[in-house]
Design a protein. Structure first.
Length: 97
């Protein structure tokens, strides 16, 4: 199960492997901030509170935008963080803006 917390909504949904955190949030109607969906604006920045091992490795866009300190701190870009497998996953939208 995937629990997504946007600006005002929290929803728990079934994981669909291959979709990003942002794609899950959009399908669920969670008010997740985003603008570009390419990893450059960072509005979809989120903290992964549980289940980070269910996600793919950070992309080049994430390394460029977030850097090692934020990535090590559990932050990812929702548009880049692809869910690979089932399990318990929790992500909270933590935009800079």
């Amino acid at each position: 199960m995937l629990t997504l917390t946007g600006r005002t909504l929290t929803k728990t949904v079934e994981i669909e492997p291959g979709l990003t955190l942002l794609e899950h949030a959009m399908k669920a109607g969670v008010d997740w901030n985003f603008n570009c969906s390419k990893g450059t604006c960072a509005r979809c920045r989120c903290s992964v509170a549980a289940g980070a091992g269910l996600l793919d490795e950070p992309t080049d866009a994430e390394w460029d935008r977030l850097g090692p300190d934020e990535l090590d701190g559990g932050f990812r870009l929702g548009c880049q963080a692809k869910v690979l497998k089932q399990g318990e996953l929790k992500a909270v939208n933590r935009t800079y803006f």
